[in-house]
Design a binder for this molecule. Structure first.
Ligand SMILES: *Cc1c(COP(=O)(O)O)cnc(C)c1O
Length: 449
């Protein structure tokens, strides 16, 4: 079968294969890459033992790389296809367990996406992108420089994924003092081929400097700049894999479709969930949980798309006022998007109350992002108590200890991966929020190393 091509959401560029789409990151006409169509698979393709739930369970628990290979094969061009099994084994080397909430009012599980190197779900996309790019990078290709503006989780996941790969340098810009103390440590603990700049400014300043750098002819003559942005299809496609694994698990165990509640900001993760459902995975309802950034809920309620500056909330990785992946969702479902998913807005007070109450009622400690989904679960499960609901938990609560611990009144044990990063020395340099300052530092490679 011919591998699927990728086209721009704005239709202004010729179709390209996946490797090329990953290299370009964003289409030349400013649109986002989407598969020209989504192939339909069937659950039986994922397990030879569909009739034997006990065996399926054992297979599935260790099966992320195998599921990834089947799910991603239709998209892989010849370059990627040859290495796809190895890429999936290397990228999916940590689990995405489904944990049953025994004390929930209905049938509910948590899909824990925080078992990767930086304890947040962005590890899945970042690791796949890094391993896929590594196979493509030949000995004669020049060194790449990945430039990322980050408000927290993305930068850490990208640094972890590309750390100590000799063909690439990573440059991170984050707003000094505006991320949580543990997030800051996770951005600065790398060294080697990762340079971390603590910028005197806001996240928007970081993003502006990065955008200017990509357009700067002087830097272009000395550095091959690449983005590892969440709009890159190399980060989005692998996110289908954990939805596939969780929905198959429930399908084999309960014989019913899983419904997902997804904490969302830029809408990348929920786009992957919709793609997985279109590909035939046994997924029922898909529900978006947002924080007080109301662009998405307002659009689904009133039909008006009104992007706006983001407002800060406790679920800070979801503070997005103009979610870029809406462009992909509207390409997939040009009219009546609301027939295919629903969205609920969750306030900071509701996040706090959910963390406090569910610790007692369910015996589960949410991080502020997962807490938005857990709050929505209470609402939707009252209407549809017989659905097997899956609450997606996108980060480990220990990453946000300064918010969660006062609410539950005790310390959260730190998982080993996070403990290791917290114990490392910091390597970071202050930076003024200007292109000149960044260019200066990139030319003076020895300064500050
Ligand atoms: C990025 C992030 C989200 C939002 O994911 P999107 O794909 O941008 O919708 C939710 N939770 C955490 C912890 C994140 O880091």
């Amino acid at each position: 079968m011919e591998p699927l091509k990728f086209v721009s959401t704005r239709g202004g560029t010729p179709p390209v294969d996946l490797s090329e789409a990953i290299n370009q990151g964003i289409a030349a006409d400013g649109g986002l890459f989407v598969p020209e169509r989504l192939p339909v698979l069937s659950p039986s393709q994922f397990s030879p033992s569909a009739a034997l739930p006990a065996i399926a369970e054992i297979l599935l628990s260790a099966a992320l790389p195998a599921i990834a290979e089947i799910l991603l094969a239709p998209f892989a061009d010849a370059d990627l296809a040859a290495d796809l099994a190895a890429i999936c084994r290397e990228a999916f080397d940590f689990p995405a367990p489904l944990v049953r909430l025994e004390r929930a009012p209905g049938i509910a599980s948590v899909l824990e996406l925080f078992h990767g190197p930086t304890c947040a779900f962005k590890d899945f996309g970042a690791r796949f992108l890094a391993t896929a790019l590594e196979r493509r990078h030949g000995p004669r290709d020049g060194k790449l420089t990945i430039l990322v503006a980050t408000s927290g989780d993305t930068g850490a996941a990208v640094a972890a994924a590309f750390h100590r790969r000799p063909w690439v340098d990573v440059v991170l810009l984050y707003p000094a003092g505006l991320v949580s103390p543990r997030q800051a440590q996770q951005l600065a603990c790398w060294g080697d081929n990762v340079r971390t700049f603590a910028v005197h400014g806001t996240f928007d300043d970081c993003q502006r400097v990065v955008k200017e750098a990509f357009r700067d002819p002087a830097l272009a003559s000395t550095h091959t700049l690449t983005s590892a942005n969440s709009i890159n299809p190399g980060r989005l496609l692998p996110q289908m894999v954990y939805y596939a694994s969780a929905s198959l698990d429930i399908w084999y165990r309960e014989g019913r479709k899983a419904s997902f509640i997804v904490p969302s900001g830029n809408l990348g993760s929920v786009t992957a969930c919709l793609w997985a459902r279109e590909m035939g995975l046994p997924i029922g309802a898909i529900v978006i949980a947002t924080n007080e950034n109301r662009t998405v809920t307002e659009f689904l309620e009133a039909g008006a798309w009104r992007p706006r500056p983001s407002v800060p909330t406790l679920a800070s990785a979801m503070d997005v006022g103009n979610p870029s992946n809406m462009e992909r969702l509207r390409t997939l479902f040009p009219d009546r998007l609301g027939d295919h998913l629903t969205a609920y807005l969750v306030t900071d007070d509701e996040i706090r109350a959910t963390i406090r109450e569910d610790d007692k009622a369910l015996g589960y400690v949410w991080d502020p992002h997962g807490a938005t989904a857990a709050h929505v679960y209470r609402r939707v499960s009252a209407d549809r108590p017989d659905h097997p609901w899956v609450v997606v938990e996108t980060a480990h609560p220990a990453k946000f200890n300064e918010i969660v611990e006062p609410l539950i009144g005790r310390e959260i044990p730190v998982p080993p991966a996070l403990a290791r990063l917290l114990s490392l020395p910091r390597h970071e340099e202050p930076l003024q929020p200007t292109l000149d300052a960044l260019r200066d530092r990139l030319y003076n490679n020895l300064v500050g190393r």
